[in-house]
Design a protein around this ligand. Structure first.
Ligand code: NDP
Length: 328
């Protein structure tokens, strides 16, 4: 039998994996991560010329069993040209004969699984009465995070902040016009978060934009930007005022700039991480303990999330015969 591979285009992925279904997939995946039914080498990257980097994210997932690699370019200036800053390919393999079974666009996959992971964290860490959501950033992650928060609850109030007021207004109109939510724009980060129950910090800022002293009591923060150790999107006080959760301890300790800085300054030590989201889901670690506590989910993004989402997309594509099947 000749090996065959299914090629799945970006435009087909939204139909194959909805935000709601992706949240279920990521919920199960994060449990597998915390059970260590995975192999997750740390993400590494190479300089791809003067404008960007290419990240390599290989991994193995025990359930559903599969392995593979995401190859993703990060070109931050792309959005000026209407091109996604994250582009690349996800290559999925099966574990029986070690054959590649699918190759698919990695841009939509990355945005979807990251926002779905924040939604899963929000479900277990935010207050149950949380309704006011601040979104810091106006790019792809901002759009997907707003959709993910709306998937959790329809009647929320979204407040957007962006360094470009017109971009913030555009995204606020888009979500305000959806008919489900109220959406507005805040002039500063401090204003945006002042009465927020949930804060999604999703910018490409290399220096802190979110200061801990602004955080209202009882809020929950999803911090998903600043994926490399040299960058910090949130300051040390945001870390020290929060109960700090993450997706995968090893990558958080190695790659979360604000955590590393707070440790280097002697404010906290490596035991500061309260737990992984998978541990909270498995009941091995307590999530929010009261209505006044500040909780924070630090998302670094792990290959297991890419594999779980890619496997779900592949399975649907097989069932519906979507994509192009090529002989290798
Ligand atoms: P986009 O390029 O689509 O959007 C970036 C956003 O950040 C834009 O709103 C941009 O504003 C804003 N921004 C850039 N620089 C600054 C700055 N110095 N101060 C304030 N705002 C700034 O990127 P994405 O939405 O795809 O990604 C956002 C972040 O999330 C990135 O850091 C990315 O690496 C990270 N990420 C994390 C993942 C994870 O798993 N944790 C997965 C994918 C992405 P403007 O429009 O004005 O340029």
């Amino acid at each position: 039998m000749k090996p065959k591979i299914r090629i799945i285009a970006k435009s087909d992925i939204p139909e194959l994996l909805s935000m709601r279904r992706c949240m279920e997939v990521i919920d199960a995946c994060m449990r597998e991560v915390s059970l260590r039914n995975v192999e997750l080498p740390l993400r590494w990257g190479l300089k791809a010329g003067s404008k960007g980097v290419m990240g390599m994210m290989p991994g193995y997932l025990g359930n559903p069993e599969c392995y593979g690699i995401k190859l993703v370019s990060l070109f931050p200036e792309n959005s000026k040209h209407g091109i996604s800053s994250h582009s690349g390919l996800m290559v999925l393999f099966e574990p029986e004969f070690g054959q590649p079974i699918a190759v698919m666009d990695a841009g939509h996959l990355t945005a979807l699984r990251t926002a779905a992971a924040s939604a899963v964290a929000t479900q277990v860490l935010a207050r149950t009465d949380a309704k006011k959501v601040a979104i810091l950033g106006t790019g792809e992650q901002a759009k997907f995070h707003a959709s993910a928060m709306l998937e959790l609850q329809k009647d929320i109030k979204l407040t957007f902040w962006g360094r470009s007021k017109s971009n913030a207004e555009k995204i606020a109109h888009r979500f305000g016009d959806s008919g489900y939510s109220q959406a507005c724009v805040a002039p500063t980060v401090e204003d945006a978060v002042a009465d927020a129950d949930i804060i999604c910090s999703v910018t490409a800022a290399p220096e802190p934009i979110l200061e801990g002293k602004w955080l209202p009591k009882g809020c929950h923060v999803n911090a998903a930007g600043a994926s490399i150790p040299e960058h910090r999107e949130i300051d040390s006080e945001t870390v020290t005022r929060s109960r700090y959760f993450t997706d995968y301890r090893e990558s958080c300790l190695a790659q979360a700039g604000e955590l590393r800085q707070a440790i280097a300054d002697g404010n906290i030590d490596e035991t500061y991480i309260s737990g992984e989201i998978g541990e909270v889901l498995l009941g091995e670690c307590q999530g929010r303990s009261d209505a006044t506590e500040i909780t924070l989910y630090r998302s670094l993004g792990v290959a297991a999330q890419d594999l779980a989402a890619a496997y779900a997309i592949y399975t649907q594509a097989e069932q519906q015969d979507v994509g192009t099947v090529a002989e290798l």
